[in-house]
Design a protein around this ligand. Structure first.
Ligand code: BEZ
Ligand code: FE
Length: 286
C-alpha cells in the first residue's frame, strides 16, 4: 500500500487491522479509526492543532498516579462516563439510577458495623444516614454490601491529602437481614474536581467551572442483583444543574434534613446542629 492520500488512508488502516482475531476489539478499533479520521476531516485539523492535542494527552498521562486519575477526569468532563453509564444501566422504572464512578473509590476501605461513625475523625456537622436496600415491590434484599465514600467539609477526599495514614469518610458496611443500613458521618460539601492539571486547563479554556454538587457515593452489591454505583445529592444545593461531570439525576436528589440540637437517631443527646438522610436503594435482578 503506497501513495495513500486523504481519501484512501482510512480504508488502508481498516484493511491493515482486518487480521484482528478478537471480534469485539476489531469492531471497536474499526469504529474508532473511522470516527477519528472523520473528526480530522470535518475540523480540517492542522498539524499545529494535532501537536497540541498530543501534548495535552501526554500531560494527561504524565500527571496520573495511583491516586490521581486524570483520564477519568477527562472522560467525566467530556460526558463520556455518563454516556457509557447510561447505555449500560437501562433499568426498569423504580430502580435506583446509576451515575458516574469517579476517581476516588478505593478497594480496601475499612469495614464498619451498622451505626458506627465512618468519618474517621473528620471535623464537621454530624450526619446520620439510613435507608433500606430493596426490590421495586418493597421486598427487602438481605445482607447487601454497601460501600460509601465522601468528601469532607472542605471538599476534599482522604486520598487527596498527602501524608494522611488512615482512611476518612469511606466505609464498607453490611446491611442487615431486613435490608436496613445506617451509619454516622459528617455532611460533605460541594467541591471542584482536581483542576490543577491538563483537564483543569481544558475546562478553563472552555470557560467551564470544575465544581460538583454535594453528594455521597454508594456502591451496593448483593447476590442475585446487579451492582449499583450511584450518588445521593443534596436537594437545594449548588451546582445541581451544572455538575462538571454531568452526573446529576433528579431521582438521586434527596432532602438532607436539618435538625437543631436534640436527640439524635440513636437516642443520644446532641447539642449541636445535625443532619439526617433517609434513602432507599432499589436494586435490579441480575
Ligand atoms: C467524584 O464524585 O468523586 C468525582 C467524579 C468525577 C470526577 C471527579 C470526582
Ligand atoms: Fe465525589
Amino acid at each position: 500500500m503506497r501513495n495513500l492520500d486523504e481519501q484512501t488512508i482510512t480504508r488502508a488502516v481498516l484493511e491493515r487491522n482486518c487480521g484482528t482475531e478478537d471480534r469485539r476489539l476489531h469492531e471497536i478499533m474499526t469504529s474508532l479509526v473511522q470516527h477519528l479520521h472523520a473528526f480530522a476531516r470535518e475540523t480540517k485539523l492542522t498539524e499545529e492543532e494535532w501537536e497540541k492535542g498530543i501534548e495535552f494527552l501526554t500531560a494527561v498521562g504524565q500527571i496520573c498516579t495511583p491516586t490521581r486519575q486524570e483520564f477519568i477526569l477527562l472522560s467525566d468532563t467530556l460526558g463520556l462516563s455518563t454516556l457509557v453509564t447510561a447505555q449500560n444501566h437501562k433499568k426498569p422504572v423504580g430502580c435506583t439510577e446509576a451515575t458516574v464512578f469517579g476517581p476516588f473509590h478505593v478497594a480496601d476501605a475499612p469495614h464498619y458495623d451498622l451505626g458506627e461513625d465512618i468519618s474517621g475523625g473528620l471535623p464537621g456537622t454530624p450526619w446520620f444516614v439510613k435507608g433500606k436496600v430493596r426490590t421495586t415491590d418493597g421486598t427487602p434484599i438481605p445482607n447487601a454490601t454497601i460501600e460509601v465514600w465522601q468528601a469532607d467539609e472542605a471538599g476534599f477526599y482522604d486520598v487527596q491529602k498527602p501524608g494522611l495514614d488512615n482512611y476518612q469518610g469511606r466505609a464498607i458496611i453490611q446491611a442487615d437481614a431486613q435490608g436496613l443500613y445506617h451509619f454516622k458521618s459528617i455532611v460533605p460539601e460541594c467541591y471542584p474536581i482536581p483542576h490543577d492539571g491538563p483537564v483543569g486547563k481544558m475546562l478553563e479554556a472552555l470557560n467551564r467551572h470544575p465544581w460538583r454538587p454535594a453528594h455521597l457515593h454508594f456502591m451496593i452489591t448483593a447476590p442475585g442483583f446487579l451492582r449499583l454505583v450511584t450518588h445521593v445529592f443534596r436537594e437545594g444545593g449548588d451546582y445541581l444543574d451544572s455538575d462538571a461531570v454531568f452526573g446529576v439525576r433528579s431521582s438521586l436528589i434527596a432532602d438532607w434534613v436539618r435538625h437543631e440540637s436534640g436527640i439524635d437517631p440513636y437516642g443520644k443527646e446532641i447539642d449541636s446542629l445535625y443532619y439526617t438522610l433517609d434513602f432507599d436503594f432499589i436494586l435490579h435482578h441480575a
